[in-house]
Design a protein around this ligand. Structure first.
Ligand code: NAP
Ligand code: ZN
Ligand code: ZN
Length: 348
């Protein structure tokens, strides 16, 4: 076992604090990673505040992890010491079920093992996430991070990137697709960049026009404020696909009305409160309302390679570990441009 510095939540209501955690010895199939950067996802905040259910404290979160391999087990064949690698939201799954065999470990029928709050099959402990100096992960859940991308900015691809890439890919976003992205935060701004690179016509629906210039620069073709009621009448029936990244409860009826006949709204945003969907927001135009979770390991590697090919990295603000609590407050105020990344060197 090895003791490493980390930032942990100690309750649902108190600020995160500096602490230490134990990382297991490197097993035969394990990769030990010295973390360089870790992104802050809104899911981290939902989790530590108990909004998705009770958790055990102390808990270290963070599932957008980048770093260098510092040790490998005797049976590791995919990664070598010195490699630049990443870890996303999962660190294991059953590997036997239909979904795992199809490369969709995120939908493992026995439940995937989360990078945090999961029960680690290696030692039965609760998994602890990326706001830490190092992590030990089974090689099959470690991704190769392209060296051509800016290392300080690349971490959020491991969650925000794959969570938007996967539904865009699954619902065939491309030339001719009229796509709307709801919410210009961490996930939303990645949806804009990736969908633009895929060739879709991208519209951002944000609460205000305060980020319009950025949205257009990142690849959006159109930008509207949802605080302006005319947005919902002007754009009624317009979109083939909507990616909803909003972390809070919104009026689903209004947004579903923006879908064309046969259009699909995909919820990646995961508010704690239930979203009400009137049947008549769907029926008259054969609309669908779907959900989507991150992406499989193979697909995550495909997304990283796609981003390298298109030169896509998240827009990030680098912070030190002692700024995590302040960053949380800014995320909650939609004042993130567009992902906070922790410089793990500041945990020392
Ligand atoms: P984020 O950076 O906070 O972005 C969310 C955006 O939603 C905000 O920037 C804001 O955009 C908009 N928004 C927030 N509150 C709103 C409100 N009351 N009404 C309307 N719009 C509002 O969060 P994120 O990290 O992108 O995560 C977004 C959500 O996705 C979270 O719920 C997170 O847990 C979830 N998530 C799901 C998955 C998955 O696998 N499905 C993976 C990662 C994250 P504007 O300022 O532009 O309005
Ligand atoms: Zn996330
Ligand atoms: Zn499985």
């Amino acid at each position: 076992m090895r003791t490493v510095n980390a930032y942990a939540a100690t309750s649902a209501t108190e600020p995160l604090v500096k602490t230490t955690i134990e990382r297991r010895d490197v097993g035969p199939k394990d990769v030990q990673i010295e973390i360089t950067y870790a992104g802050i996802c809104h899911s981290d905040i939902h989790t530590v505040r108990g909004e998705w259910g009770d958790i055990a404290y102390p808990q270290v979160v963070g599932h957008e992890i980048v770093g260098h391999v510092s040790a490998v087990g005797s049976d590791v064949s995919k990664h070598s010491v010195g490699d630049l690698v990443g870890v996303g939201c999962m660190v294991n799954s059953c590997r036997e079920c239909e979904q795992c065999l199809a490369g969709q470990e995120q939908y493992c029928l026995k439940g995937n093992i989360g990078t945090y709050t999961g029960v680690d099959p290696a030692d039965g402990t609760i998994t602890q996430g990326g706001y830490s100096e190092a992590v030990v992960v089974d090689e099959d859940f470690v991704l190769k991070v392209p060296e051509s991308l800016d290392q300080a900015a690349v971490a959020p691809l491991l969650c925000a990137g794959i969570t938007t890439y996967s539904p865009l890919h699954h619902w065939n976003a491309g030339p001719g697709t009229k796509l709307a992205v709801v919410g210009m935060g961490g996930l939303g701004h990645m949806a804009v960049k990736i969908a633009h690179a895929m060739g879709a016509e991208v519209t951002v629906l944000s609460q205000t026009l305060s980020k319009q210039e950025d949205g257009l620069r990142l690849g959006a073709d159109h930008y509207y404020a949802t605080s302006d009621e005319s947005t919902f009448t002007d754009l009624a029936g317009s979109f083939d696909l909507i990616i909803n990244t909003v972390s809070a409860k919104v009026d689903m009826s209004a947004y579903l009305g923006l879908l064309a006949v046969d259009g699909t709204m995909v919820n990646v945003g995961a508010p704690s409160e239930p979203l009400a969907v009137p049947a008549f927001a769907l029926i008259p135009a054969r609309r669908s309302w779907a959900g989507s979770a991150i992406g499989g390991i193979r697909e995550t590697q495909e997304m990283l390679d796609f981003c390298a090919e298109h030169g896509i990295v998240p827009e990030t603000e680098l912070i030190s570990a002692d700024q995590i609590n302040e960053a949380y407050e800014r995320v909650l105020k939609s004042d993130v441009r567009y992902r906070f990344v922790i410089d793990a060197a500041t945990l020392a």
